[in-house]
Structure formats: C-alpha cells, structure tokens
Write a protein that binds this ligand. Sequence first.
Ligand SMILES: *Cc1c(COP(=O)(O)O)cnc(C)c1O
Length: 380
Amino acid sequence: MNVQAKSGLQTFPDLRSAETGLLRESGASAVAWCGRGATALYWAYRMAAHGRSAADKREVILPAISCVVPADVALMAGLEPRFADVDSRTGLVALDSVKARWTPRTCAVVFVHLFGQTSDLRPLAEWCRSKGVALIEDAALALGARLPDGRPVGSAGDMTVYSFGRKKILECGGGALAVRSRELAHALEDELATHPLPPEPDAETCSMLELSDRNLQYALIALLRSRALSDASEMFLRVRAAYQRIYLRPMTHAAELASAWPLLPALLARRRRKADVYAAELAVGPWQLLTGWQDSGVCWRYSLLLHDAERVVSVSEAVRRDGFHVSNLYWPVNQFLRPDDACPDAEGFARRVVNLWVDDSVDTDWAGRCAASVRKHAHQ
Ligand SMILES: *Cc1c(COP(=O)(O)O)cnc(C)c1O
C-alpha cells in the first residue's frame, strides 16, 4: 500500500519507537523520514517559504561554516542563501551577524550544530519569532546532543533536520525532518502528498557525482587557501545543478536505523572516550581546542584550531603520513555561493581548523598515537 500518496507522512513500522522517542524528546508534532538530511532540508525550506508572497526571491540565512549541502539545497528549493559570520572560537553562527543579514525577504535561519557543538538557542529563537522567520536546527553532526539547558538539540527550532548518513553520527543511512507546530505538520503532509520526489539517478551515477563534487570542492579549497584565486563562486555556481540531482531521496534504511537507534548512547560514549584522550594529550600546544563537545555530549570529530594557519596543510599532511586520518576541509560556504556576504571570522576559523577521528573506525589507543603525531609535527 502506498501510504505516502494518501497522508503525505509515510510511516515505517520499524521506526515506530525511534519516532516516538524523537517526538517526545524534542517536543515536535511530526516526523518525516527521508533518504538523507539534504532531503529533510529541502522540505524544511519548502515549509519555511510556504504561504509567503513569491513576488521577491525569498532568502534563508545560513552559517558560513558548514558543508555546502544546506546552502545548495536552499538554491534547489528556490531560496537565496545568505551567509552569517561565525564565532571565531567555535565556528557556530554569530547572532549579531544573523541579524545583520536580515531583509524583508528572509523566511528562515538555519542553525548548524557544528561538530556536535551547541549553544543557547533561546536568544536566536526569540529573535526569529519577533521577525516571523522559521528557525531550522541542523542536527546532522549533533544527533543526541544536549543544549546548555539540558534539553535535546531539536527542542528549540520550528523544524529540525537529522542525518543518519555516512560520516555523521549513526552512519546507517537516512535522514529526518521534525516539525514542532501542528500547522507545520499539516503543511508538511500536504507538501509531501502533492510533491512526489523526482526519480533519482542510479547508484553508480550517484557515487560518481559525489566523488566529483568532493574533488571539485577540494580543488577549489586549495586554490582559495593558497590565495591563488580570489573568487571561485562563478565557477562553483555554474556546475551546482549537476550535483543537486542526488539530494532528494526516499528513506530506504528504516531497518538499519531501527537497529542502530537504541545503540546511540553507547556510541556517543565511545566517541567521548576518544575525545577525552585527545583532550588530555593535546592539553598544551600551539593551538586552541574546541571544547563544546564536553557540554553537548556529542563529539563528531575532535577539532582544534592551529594558531598558525599557514601550517595547517603541512601538519595535516605529516600526520597523514604517520598513518592517521585528519581533515581540514571546511571552507566558508559564502565564498562558493555569495562572496559579497563577507565573513572574515569564518575564513579565520576555516584556515586554522583540523579535525581528528573519533568514530568506531579508531580506538582510544589510536587516538593517543594520533595526538602524539599532531604534537610532534605542530611543534616543529
Ligand atoms: C551532511 C550534512 C547535511 C546533509 O546530510 P546528508 O544526509 O548527507 O544529506 C546537512 N547538514 C550538515 C551540517 C551536514 O554535515
């Protein structure tokens, strides 16, 4: 039976207990299970723009530090992404900068819980309410995290986007959109019932497009980092449509997600144990440690900001040669999609951040040796 065609919100018997837990914890009134976080963002944007005059191009304010997906999906949903600068110590979006980007066309603000970090969202939520714009929490990297008041991520926004995809927290596949109000739940049901997903490319094409997109971003980031190129946006924008085809997918991993869901607390504890090792081993050095994971309970990657931005690439390469995973691939998204929204603190952050692995592919012993490698090469 095609439930989706009838009520919009498809139910998955496998996911009943995950759904009940999610709704109870976050206080949402409905969940739409999706094939990935990008799909959930797409519906969230459609909801945010719902019922507003289409006379002017509507805008969504996004943090400059994030992967490109939230902004890319906004383009796909017909919204203009605007970029707010971040707190230079955490990479989390700065409220003052969000306010400065507001225009009468703004219909949503996305708060990305970057690397598992959170912050007190009440001032942002209040401001969004006063302006009549939707607050969307992006919890892709912060599943299971706690806000400073002890409530779960997803309990402050009008809508919350989850991803269970590769390189996130649960890594079993899929995504979800949770909406708070009954009105949004009804609008979402209507939207899903009347806008079936377009057919997606086959698996082979999807993985080629993902590879191409990754290579494109790596190549452009290296150009921008080395200051060999000052503006990559025209080139980047010109090819986006080719990649956007893989963003809309139906949930096909319900059984995997259902079995992974109850194991989340143990998984988060294993991640924190490795983060604890890094924190002890890297307590002193020519860097600043990001400590937000200690408050939120979720460490996506263990992140540090090297004092000397010029050494990020050479230190990362040296640590990689020692056999450890390390990445430094977050670049201010405004530079790809809207360079006019200047975000100097985001650039400072992106030039200095280094991420170390804490997932189940590594253990605490590995983390200790990786930290020693970072110490050795960063001190040189
Ligand atoms: C990965 C990611 C997404 C998209 O999730 P997918 O499941 O890969 O579509 C959205 N927002 C952030 C912050 C992410 O890291």
